[in-house]
Design a protein around this ligand. Structure first.
Ligand code: IPE
Ligand code: IPE
Ligand code: MG
Ligand code: MG
Length: 306
């Protein structure tokens, strides 16, 4: 965290340089908005830390760190549209605050600027810069595939297996964690083996992160999370707490979960009832234990970004 504190101002300057407002201003407003919401900046932190543990000069890769964060915000802007979410960091999502076409286009600008920052600001030779761009492009494809899997699982009545869920979050979330670490190692000119090891670490941390985010999405407090808690239930998202709850619940509890799950007009009271059932089943604990076991697990799964 100290690295991020030390460089957060420089990173901010990069964001301002990369995302400078031009004409039409309406296109750039959603960009400044999402970049100022108080994000955790975890992915740049992972890039900077990886670079540092391999003995690299952190300052020299700040543009790369800024690029992964800009890219991440592109995915968030589009994700909130897909998830029909109203709140992020306690304030209206970009498409709610501005409008849908602007949020789509502003997301496209963030996407393009991320690549442009790597190609124009990387201080590395073209061989390394190409490797970085290739990694991020592969990650982008995997994220899109993961997002489609997320939608398909939500649409499908069938309750997926845990391994289907893990595969989905591996693609939609963990690959960007993986690539952030990989970019930190590649830019430190490390061997393929080092890049691979750090990639596996990043991917597993990303899986643990999404499991935690899914738990928070159901059992968190909106005041703390800044997210509209319960929306995953309304949208029928097949996240781990839901999978475990449906498997574990019996009788009227199970019926109640299934009746409310995926019901877009479910009332606050119905959502709270389902959350109480999930809690009473001890699912929070199950999810946390799984996250812990995944954190401990550094066995490589299949990479989506090579
Ligand atoms: C949100 O990521 C999207 C997920 C993969 C869960 P973060 O929780 O890192 O969001 P910010 O960057 O802090 O806004
Ligand atoms: C976000 O996943 C994944 C991407 C942005 C690609 P979620 O939809 O589960 O994350 P939140 O809860 O909206 O942050
Ligand atoms: Mg979402
Ligand atoms: Mg989503």
């Amino acid at each position: 965290m100290q690295i991020l504190k030390a460089y957060s101002e420089t990173l901010k300057t990069y964001f301002e340089q990369i995302l400078v407002t031009k004409d039409p201003v309406t296109l750039y407003e959603p960009i400044s908005y999402i970049m100022s919401l108080g994000a955790k900046r975890i992915r740049p932190l992972m890039l900077l830390h990886t670079h540092k543990i391999f003995g690299g000069d952190v300052k020299s890769v700040l543009p790369l760190a800024a690029a992964v964060e800009v890219f991440h915000n592109f995915t968030l802007m589009h994700d909130d549209i897909m998830d029909n979410d109203d709140l992020r960091h306690g304030v209206p999502t970009t498409h709610k605050k501005f409008d849908m076409p602007l949020a789509i286009l502003a997301g496209d600008v963030l996407y393009s600027k991320a690549y442009h920052t790597i190609s124009s600001k990387s201080k590395l030779s073209s061989n390394y810069t190409t490797q970085l761009i290739t990694k991020l492009s592969k990650a982008c494809v995997a994220i899109c595939e993961g997002q489609v899997d997320d939608i398909k699982l939500a649409e499908n009545k069938r309750i997926p297996t845990e391994s289907e869920y893990i595969k989905m979050i591996e693609k939609k979330t963990a690959v960007l964690f993986e690539v952030s670490c990989a970019m930190g190692a590649i830019s430190a000119k490390k061997s393929t083996k080092d890049v691979k090891n750090l990639s596996v670490f990043g991917r597993n941390l990303g899986i643990a992160f999404q499991i935690t985010d899914d738990l928070i999405g159901i059992m968190g407090d909106t005041k703390v999370t800044g997210k509209a808690v319960g929306n995953d239930i309304r949208e029928g998202k097949k996240s781990l707490p839901i999978l475990l709850a449906i498997r574990k619940a019996r009788g009227s509890d199970k019926k109640k979960i299934l009746r409310v799950f995926g019901k877009s007009n479910a009332t606050r009271t119905q959502i709270n009832e389902v959350v109480d059932i999930i809690r009473s089943l001890g699912i929070g604990f199950d999810g946390q234990r799984r996250e812990q076991s995944l954190r401990d697990l550094l066995e490589p799964t299949t990479s989506h970004v090579g």
